[in-house]
Write a protein that binds this ligand. Sequence first.
Ligand code: ATP
Length: 248
Amino acid sequence: MPTWEPVNQRGLKMLKVENLEVRYGAITAVREVCLEVSVGEMVCLLGANGAGKTTTMLSIAGALKSTTGKITFNGRDITSFSPERVLREGIAMVPETREVFPDLTVRENLVLGGFIHRGDHRKNKAQMEEMLALFPVLRDRQDQQSGTLSGGEQQQLVIARAMMSQPRLLLLDEPSLGLAPTIVHHIYEFINKLRSTGLTILLVEQNANMALKHAERAYVLSLGRIARQGPAGEIATSSDLKALYLGS
Ligand code: ATP
């Protein structure tokens, strides 16, 4: 399946989350969350620590089950799908934990990312070449053990590894976490390159300025609920963004 979407698909709803509620035991982490992402869009999900951003992403990826709500992807109800089935539908997630297999080389990590197409060597080889062309540092270090890469290089590797499944929607959780500003700038250049292939992205960020500069639309989560939503430019200039971050 191509990573790009035909031009006439742009603007169609790809992902729809309706009234999502997720609990951890007695704690309700998110409630009544509704959001949509259209084909070709980059949408960001903002909010303070503990607002429910990762919980929302993990639910979409099938890794957490909701108590209430519905998640639809390209018109199909994926609410009860396992993570692997969600991946096969075309949704890949890059978790904020940025975990590589440290003893494996860069290339071996990428091979693992293509496991859902393991019977299709041609497809995996073509995607590998595409990723190595897109991320030159990975091409140069393809035989290096991944555990020895810098933080910024590991971030590129986990993004490229997720792309090996050739997703139509990429869920990116805090790609700038713990990275120096110049490296963050670099990572966003790669994200923009991926976008130019037509990839649709849902991005979680604490770095609101960075996310709002690049995304088209934003949702702001506060204490587990969507408190604001709109075009990124409007959210960036909204007077209460800081207050929402403080959870007030
Ligand atoms: P951060 O920016 O710090 O990653 P977040 O917006 O992604 O925060 P979540 O990680 O989704 O927030 O957490 C939402 C709420 O759920 C928080 O109150 C958190 O303490 C709680 N929570 C998250 N994971 C668990 C868990 N495994 N068990 C219990 N509570 C959890």
